[in-house]
Unconditional design. Structure first.
Length: 420
């Protein structure tokens, strides 16, 4: 048996350890301190930076009107900033107060703000600290991607018209975006899912050619039209075709057409050629900076050549859209595209021959729409006899189309359930 003295020491030690744990825990919970704040502005944004000693557990953000203000509630935040933060950009005044356990920062703003973004990441130069970055997008430059993209296209077109290049003239003449200025396609119902279907290649750019002489541009056009007709027969869905005939559309304009119609989905349809004639089956591609494998890289490279083959004057191409506003929208879109691709693979593989690992990734230019979930489907490879047979068989095409529609519906339903 232990002597009484030992039990006593043991109890005191345990008690001390417990108190120390509670103390440390409370300390870490309450130790979110705001140490430094400053504001930076650009033409379209005002950014508020706050240096914190640790990553907060919870941050909530509200936008309030009359008067216009943004509120940040940060769990257990203590304000250790003595200097007054001068007004800058759209931020007129910053106030701090306690709201129960939370620290509340209120930003009085000079104009209505509808879009904001918060990012908290480790501080790049003060080790152990975190930097909270709150971006306020100025409403004057409305958060309207369609306007941004449209302005860029129009700028592009006027540049193309001004140049004497024969190629540029051809591309302008064949330009869907200008020539077909959205014909008479009307949205049937504001609640419909809009699916833009992009038949790859066209006009001067035939794409791949099969062993028996079928051209990719025709095979994918027929397939796209059939898919669009089937979609239009569904309740709650409407299809838009980027091209309904044999003409070429520059790569960058294809997602813009989807954007013009405020599409929910963009699907580019292809049937390419590969060096390996035994490679066959369908593949679903999503956008990625790095290709998932060698074949994906090869396909993306050949697809991205389309403009050169069709004779588009590349000096008039859009600059990369690198606006901060588009960057953060991209993340959300990438997730949605990924989920769509997974759904398509799951449904298609029930009845269609697919390649091994059928969801692949690469840097396709046509998939760069920042706000519309986009996938590129290689229906098959025209270098394979099996795929050529499959794609020219109406019954097999019908099965693929039904499964694709099923996948889109399923994906949309899942997104609705998760609050999108
Ligand atoms: Zn292609």
């Amino acid at each position: 048996m232990l002597p009484y003295r030992h039990i006593k020491i043991f109890l005191i030690n345990s008690c001390l350890a417990l108190c120390l744990t509670i103390l440390l825990y409370t300390h870490s919970v309450y130790a979110v301190t705001a140490m430094k704040a400053n504001i930076a502005t650009s033409e379209n944004t005002t950014i508020f930076y706050l240096r914190l000693n640790q990553k907060p557990d919870g941050v909530k953000k509200f936008i309030l009107n009359n008067p216009d203000r943004i509120v940040l509630d940060i769990q257990h935040l203590e304000w250790h900033i003595n200097d007054k933060i001068p007004s800058h950009g759209v931020i007129k005044r910053i106030r701090f107060g306690k709201n129960n356990d939370n620290g509340r920062i209120v930003f009085d703003v000079t104009q209505k703000i509808t879009t904001t973004n918060i990012d908290i990441s480790p501080h790049s130069s003060v080790s152990g600290s975190y930097l909270l970055k709150l971006t306020l997008y100025h409403s004057k430059n409305a958060f309207d991607l369609n306007t941004i993209l449209k302005n860029q296209t129009q700028k592009n077109l006027s540049q193309a018209t001004n140049t004497k290049s024969e190629h540029a003239a051809t591309s302008t003449k064949e330009n869907f975006y200008s020539k077909h200025q959205f014909k008479s396609i009307k949205r049937r119902s504001p609640n419909d899912i809009i699916i833009t279907i992009d038949a790859g290649h066209g006009g001067n750019d035939p794409g791949a050619t099969s062993l028996s002489g079928f051209k990719e541009k025709n095979i994918v056009l027929d397939f796209s039209k059939e898919l669009a007709n089937s979609i239009n027969r569904q309740n709650g869905m409407q299809a838009i075709l980027t091209r309904d005939n044999d003409f070429f559309i520059p790569l960058d304009e294809r997602p813009m057409i989807a954007s013009h119609y405020k599409s929910d989905v963009f699907i580019s349809i292809h049937a390419d050629a590969l060096k390996d004639k035994n490679f066959s089956g369908s593949t679903v591609y999503t956008l990625s900076d790095t290709a998932s494998d060698e074949i994906a890289a090869q396909i993306a490279e050949s697809e991205n050549q389309s403009d050169i083959i069709a004779g588009v004057n590349l000096t008039n191409q859009n600059p990369e859209v690198t606006d901060i506003l588009i960057d953060f929208m991209r993340r959300e879109t990438d997730i949605a595209s990924y989920e769509l691709a997974e759904n398509l693979v799951q449904k298609l593989q029930k009845s269609t021959s697919m390649v091994a690992s059928p969801h692949r990734k690469a840097g396709f230019r046509v998939l760069k729409s920042p706000n519309i979930p986009s996938v590129l489907i290689e229906l098959g490879y025209l270098t394979s006899i099996d795929d050529e047979r499959r794609l020219t068989n109406p019954e097999k095409r019908r099965t693929m189309i039904n499964n694709m529609i099923f996948a889109i519906k399923n994906w949309h339903h899942q997104r609705q359930l998760s609050g999108h």
